[in-house]
Design a protein. Structure first.
Length: 373
């Protein structure tokens, strides 16, 4: 069992590692820092694009502790060790992911008896993770979320009543559009709706606080969700490569901002899809095309896996059975009982699914009441 003292101790070690690597990187000459940053940018792009082959160079010298005295000094890197690569020129069936190969390569270099090579590997790891967090991810707005009752992750944006907004719209608060003029002139800043501006990245907000779709289509909402998922993957990729990066204030700021938004919008998208299912069933009932069975895929957002998933539900077995709303009510109640006992899901995800099932049940319970009248 992990105690609070253990967690605090782990966080302290990570903070120390982060500060140590940050100080070591800052101790390098400016030209060496730029060298690492250039190599890190290429490697980070290769990782994100899942390239099967990566090539990088170590600098010709680095400032590190000397083996015996322990003083900081400039040490040369042997020429034969400067060129490094992982993966192959051609993809190989069954080859491990390139990110795993790069981690293995950096681990091997860090274990080198040559202090300069070992230091270079650590600095390269630090530079890649820093580039991923600082350069590859949009900056985002300053936000504050609150958690729903019984939940741990804050997902509901808090509206600041004292914030009347800027007198002149900034680019973070608006979509930049072209008015058809040449060489970048005629840019028009179109403000995001107020609901979107309460989130970390308003350009990826598809639903307001009433689950109203504020963009063109469900397809766009799914694309926004995919963009946020990629954002999270880049953050996790950085911390996987250099675990101490979780102690970075920038990492924590971006993680807090994107987690609240992706879960909030993911749940809203799932509820939107559920409403579409309800409408589709009702339309088919009116047209008399639901007499050959009915199965649905109920979308929900898993806030542990951070992705949309589905529950497959058979409402009416295949065959010539006349539709009756009671079939939907019965199926949702059975599914609710299963979900309530499914310990594979965390409590907040279970509650989210049960709310959707209740929405589905309510829609057709109302039809039963109307039919009885």
């Amino acid at each position: 069992m992990m105690t609070n003292n253990t967690i605090g101790s782990s966080a302290s070690y990570l903070r120390e590692d982060f500060e140590r690597m940050q100080a070591l990187f800052q101790a390098q000459p400016t030209i060496t820092q730029r060298f690492f940053e250039a190599q890190a940018g290429q490697l980070a792009n290769g990782l994100i694009n899942d390239n099967h082959h990566l090539h990088f160079q170590l600098p010709n010298q680095v400032i590190c502790k000397t083996p015996f005295a322990g003083d900081m000094a400039t040490v040369l890197i042997p020429d034969q060790h400067r060129e490094q690569s992982v993966g192959g020129r051609l993809p190989i069936l069954g080859q491990r992911p390139t990110r795993e190969l790069l981690k293995q390569k950096l681990n091997e270099l860090e274990q080198s008896p040559d202090q300069a090579i070992s230091t270079c590997a650590g600095l390269m790891r630090h530079a890649i993770a820093t580039h991923m967090i600082h350069q590859m991810l949009p900056e985002g707005r300053a936000v504050n979320y609150q958690a729903l009752e019984g939940e741990q992750i804050p997902t509901i944006p808090i509206k600041n009543e004292d914030d009347a907004g800027p007198a002149i719209t900034s680019e973070k608060d608006a979509i930049s559009e072209q008015e058809g003029l040449a060489d970048g002139q005629g840019r028009l800043l179109v403000p995001y709706v107020s609901a979107a501006q309460r989130f970390f990245l308003p350009q990826w907000v598809a639903f307001d606080d009433k689950d109203t779709l504020i963009i063109g289509s469900t397809g766009e909402a799914e694309a926004f969700q995919a963009s946020m998922t990629r954002y999270v993957e880049i953050l996790h990729g950085a911390s996987s490569l250099a675990p101490y990066m979780v102690a970075s204030e920038e990492y924590q700021r971006k993680r807090y901002g994107i987690l609240g938004q992706i879960i909030n919008q993911g749940r809203a998208l799932a509820r939107h899809k559920t409403r579409q299912i309800i409408q589709s069933i009702q339309q088919r009932v009116r047209k008399g095309t639901l007499n050959r069975g009915l199965s649905i895929s109920l979308s929900f957002y898993d806030d542990q896996e951070l992705k949309l998933s589905t529950i497959e539900m058979e409402i009416i077995p295949a065959g010539r059975i006349i539709f009756n709303p009671v079939f939907v009510v019965r199926a949702t109640r059975l599914e609710s009982a299963k979900v309530a006992q499914d310990t594979r899901l965390d409590p907040s995800t279970r509650k989210h699914i049960l709310d959707e099932l209740a929405m589905l049940e309510q829609a057709f319970s109302n039809q039963l009441i109307q039919k009885a009248r």
